[in-house]
Each structure stands twice: as C-alpha cells, then as structure tokens.
Ligand binder design. Structure first.
Ligand code: SAM
Length: 218
C-alpha cells in the first residue's frame, strides 16, 4: 500500500460530517466524538480509497482483516469511559485506528496483534503520525500479563466466550469490553471487576466482528 500523510480541508470536512453521522446514530460522549474528529482515518487507507475513509463502514486492511466501522470504534470507546492516564490493553491492533482514538483520550495504550504484516505496518505508521503506544506481536487472547493489571481492556475481534485470563489482568474496578458470540454475530459485553473474583456483566447490542483467533478464543 502507498500511504500519504496529507490532511487537508477536504478530509477535515469529511471527519466533521462523520462525527455528525455518529452523533445521529447515538454516540453521545463528546470526548469520543472529539477524538474521532482529530484522527485522520484516511492515513490508514491507500490513497486510491481515501473517498471511503470517512464513510461509516469497515474496510479491508489486508490479511483478511478490517479497520473497524467508525460507529463500532466509537461505541466500544464510549463504553470504556477512558480517563487520562488509564492503562489500556487493546487486543487486535489491526490498522491502529482504534489505538489512536484511545491515545487521543489520554490513555496509555498497550496493543497486541497476531498478524505480523499488520503489526509491522502499525509500528511504522503510528509513530510517523505522532502517536506513541506499546506494540506487541502475538496471541492477545491470553492478554499481555507482564504489563498488567490494566484499568481497561478492549477486544476488537469476536470471541466465543470471555477469556478468564483477561479478567485476571484487570485491576479491581477495571472494565473489559468484548464482543462475544458465534462466527457470524456477537453481542457487545462489558465486564466490570468489582472484587478479586467478583464481576458484573452486561450484554448490549449486536455487532459483526472478524474472529478472535488464539489459545483462549477460536
Ligand atoms: N482495532 C482495529 C482497528 O482499529 O483497525 C480493529 C481490527 S480488526 C476488526 C481485529 C483485529 O484483531 C485483526 O487485525 C486481527 O488480526 C486481530 N486478532 C484476531 N485475533 C487476535 C489475537 N488472538 N491476538 C491479537 N490480535 C488478534
């Protein structure tokens, strides 16, 4: 892919329109909307596809994977209630777009991807854009225990169940946001860790994610 890092009035205007689309679809958190208005999503697309970058759609990024739909990114991020300085583990770096949104909100982001080509691309593209995260290559279904516990964990691929090991890597008071279901559709699930072995689980709306593939997943 040929990347170009030019952000002009056309792309900035398209981002503003995208924010309005997300607002109409029910995204209310102004911090999340502001982050969406700041991150140049077209930087994750080949220039040929820039016209697609601010449509509210998922889009192929190679290796059979997708950059998530902006609504999905905004929905999951809103659920996380990010506070500045929160230590966040993201499972499924993909393009790195969600990573940038979390960084714009002031989170310290640890992000893991299992596809080597995607990992190699993001470790170059994000620093070039001025975003600093800790990147890992490997099976995120087991988390990244050596840097835990985390305030928040976000999983951006669909899991068959909630991996117990991820709950162990949450701080008490910490929150996991994960899509859980079969290969076709998943329900967004939040799990709040209220005590060492006590959790409050909430099941929300239906989405369609690529599968979380790994030891504690598909
Ligand atoms: N957050 C991403 C973005 O903004 O582009 C979404 C990417 S895509 C919907 C989900 C990603 O999860 C894919 O890149 C896929 O390779 C990755 N993935 C799937 N299973 C994984 C695992 N066990 N560990 C780490 N990454 C995984």
């Amino acid at each position: 892919m040929a990347y170009k890092f030019i952000d002009n009035y056309r792309e900035r205007g398209a981002r503003k329109q995208l924010v309005e689309v997300l607002r109409k679809k029910g995204i209310e958190d102004e911090h999340v909307l502001e982050a969406i208005s700041k991150v140049p999503r077209h930087f994750f697309f080949d220039e040929t596809f820039w016209t697609q970058a601010y449509r509210d759609i998922a889009f192929p990024i190679g290796e059979g994977q997708t950059i998530s739909q902006p609504y999905t990114v905004a929905y999951q991020t809103q659920l996380l209630h990010i506070k500045k300085g929160d230590k966040v583990l993201e499972i499924g770096t993909g393009s790195g777009y969600q990573t940038c949104i979390l960084l714009e909100l002031g989170a310290k982001v640890y992000t893991i991807e299992r596809q080597q080509k995607l990992y190699e691309r993001t470790i170059k593209v994000l620093p070039h854009m001025g975003y600093k995260a800790r990147f890992f290559l490997g099976d995120g279904s087991k988390g990244v225990a050596e840097h835990g516990p985390y305030h928040k964990i976000i999983v951006t691929a669909g899991a068959p169940t909630v991996p117990e090991v991820l709950l162990q890597q949450l701080k008490i008071g910490g929150l996991l946001v994960i899509p859980v279901g079969d290969e076709n559709t998943q329900k967004m699930v939040t799990v709040l860790k209220v005590g060492e072995h006590d959790y409050e689980k909430v099941v929300l709306d239906t989405f369609r994610f690529v599968p979380l593939v790994g030891d504690k997943a598909w």
